[in-house]
Ligand binder design. Structure first.
Ligand code: FAD
Ligand code: NAI
Length: 466
């Protein structure tokens, strides 16, 4: 009896643990299995949280080192061990918080591996090797994602590292070569550059930041370059020779051509992540994957096997913690017979560098490609009083609105605290706001959020503070 559940969730990341909590709130008897020693998944253990702890700490280090212009003079030195200790303490406290939430909601947290035996049975193997069969009326797979490698380049997590190794280096490398100018490369590249490393980013495309708005990407790259980050765009890494004291990295033009050799102390592999489906027994139970190896689900997160659902990084959509969390609530509601729903048109993205980049909705390129008539309002932080008093004037806020209806289609910010500012835009878009609605909303002075208001006024060509 004790091993019978209404819901067994495999994977204890933001998708899995939140799903178990919402299900328990809805009165379901839930268990959540994770093979790590701690719950929280990639996000809490080796992703969002440790990276943001190091981004915050390294930004303070950089700010303290350059405070003289504001009249703050200090002798600053780095204690990397203490900085890593701060990161580990933060992770530890947050993962313990999940254990507390599990207890509070009467969720059975199981540390070990989960494998599907059928649509209603999960084999749980504890981290100590004990096996137990669990029966479940419903199963949610939330096993997340794993780093994508390049053929012939072995990740040893010491000199050739994924994000996991890059979050735990024991000294500041002389030169970090980053493969992939996406979110991880730019965030963790920023951390190590601030702490004193030379950082070179090799990116296959002719721009950084993947699918972010083109104008934002250009301004963002310019700001990072000014800070000392180097870029080799339209380039690819074809090999890493790790036999000597320093790594010899072969870098070629993306279109092919002569390779050059770049020496580095650490190579960071971050060309994207792939859904993690290994060892789940999916083939035995007949759970179908899509062409890109993701678990195939319908609009209600149902796989092709009745009673088996999937959410988070292991299914389609952006690989983001808050997207996994939204899906966790929706799938729990669906299982409990309610109407769970996620609005995929309004999922914000944030890059936690300095300046930050944050966006929600369509980019200008996407609006153009869709043939929508649009208007743009744009306001530079250079003209925003709060940005000016903080000496954080790089970047702008940009609002794209439908030319006919004025409805906000996308908001793109590169600038200070963009990640917090984007919340206002997401709420506005969720409510179907027009640019005029934002423009007529009183924003406190002096705040960075005034830049959003001015950009909204700009949609109708009536910016006041410039
Ligand atoms: P995960 O968090 O990956 O959790 C899945 C869990 O399932 C893992 O703990 C895994 O060990 C476990 N598991 C897998 N198979 C089994 C099995 N068979 N049995 C038991 N357990 C199993 N997103 C953001 O939104 N903001 C950020 O700032 C951000 N920063 C990031 C920084 C880094 C360096 C990385 C790598 C990612 C970052 N992400 C960020 C992405 C975010 O971490 C993921 O989108 C999110 O964790 C996905 O949640 P999930 O629940 O789907 O999977
Ligand atoms: P990414 O998809 O963000 O960026 C990968 C980059 O590598 C792309 O620009 C791509 O063009 C480039 N690339 C691909 N193949 C290449 C090659 N052979 N050589 C050179 N460049 C190549 O992936 P990343 O940075 O690994 O992050 C993985 C995921 O983790 C992201 O998609 C994101 O969803 C999540 N994440 C989110 C964060 C956040 O929300 N702040 C922070 C970190 C990760």
């Amino acid at each position: 009896m004790a091993d019978e559940f209404d819901l067994v969730v495999i994977g204890g990341g933001p998708g899995g643990y939140n799903c178990a909590i919402r299900a328990a709130q809805l009165g379901l008897k839930a268990a959540c299995i994770d093979k790590r020693g701690t719950f929280g998944g990639t996000c809490l253990n080796v992703g969002c949280i440790p990276s943001k702890a190091l981004l915050h700490a390294s930004e303070l280090f950089e700010e303290a080192s350059h405070g003289a212009a504001l009249g703050v003079k200090a002798e600053v030195s780095l204690d990397l061990k203490a900085m890593m200790g701060f990161k580990e303490k933060t992770v530890d406290e947050l993962t313990k918080g999940i254990e507390f939430l599990f207890k509070k909601n009467k969720i059975t947290g199981l540390k070990g591996t989960g494998k599907l035996l059928s649509a209603t049975e999960v084999l749980f193997t504890s981290n100590e090797g004990e096996e137990k069969k669990l029966t479940a009326k419903n199963i949610v797979i939330a096993t997340g994602s794993d780093v994508i490698g390049l053929p012939g380049i072995e990740i040893d997590e010491k000199r050739v590292v994924s994000s996991t190794g890059a979050l735990a280096l024991d000294k500041v490398p002389g030169h970090v070569l980053v493969i992939g100018g996406g979110v991880i490369g730019l965030e963790l590249g920023s951390v190590w550059r601030r702490l004193g490393a030379e950082v070179t980013v090799v990116e296959f495309l002719d721009h950084i930041g993947g699918e972010m708005d083109g104008e934002v990407s250009k301004t963002f790259q310019r700001a990072l370059k000014k800070q000392g980050m180097k870029f080799k765009l339209s380039s690819k890494v074809t090999g890493v020779d790790a036999s000597g004291k320093s790594l010899k990295v072969a870098v070629e033009p993306a279109a092919g051509g002569d390779a050059e050799t770049v020496e580095a102390d650490v190579v960071l592999m971050c060309i994207g992540r792939k859904p993690f489906t290994e060892g789940l027994g999916l083939e035995d139970v007949g759970v179908a994957l899509d062409a890109r190896g993701r678990i195939d689900v319908d609009g209600h997160y149902r796989t092709n096997v009745a009673g088996v659902y999937a959410i988070g990084d292991v299914i389609k959509g952006p690989m983001l913690a808050h997207k996994a969390e939204d899906e966790s609530m929706a799938v729990a509601e669906v299982i409990a017979g309610k109407a769970g729903h996620v609005n995929y048109d309004v999922i914000p993205s944030v890059v936690y560098t300095s300046p930050e980049v944050a966006f929600v909705g369509m980019t200008e390129e996407q609006v153009k490609a869709a043939g929508i008539e649009y208007k743009v309002g744009k306001f530079p932080f250079m003209a925003n009083a709060k940005a000016k008093v903080g000496g954080m004037t790089d970047g702008f806020a940009k609002i794209i609105a439908d030319a006919k209806t004025d409805r906000v289609l996308g908001v793109h910010i590169v600038g200070p605290d963009a990640g917090n500012l984007i919340g206002e835009a997401a709420v506005a878009m969720e409510f179907g706001a027009a640019a005029e609605d934002i423009a007529l909303t009183c924003h406190a002075h002096p705040t960075l959020s005034e830049a959003i208001r001015q950009a909204a006024l700009g949609v109708d060509d009536r910016i006041m503070q410039m």
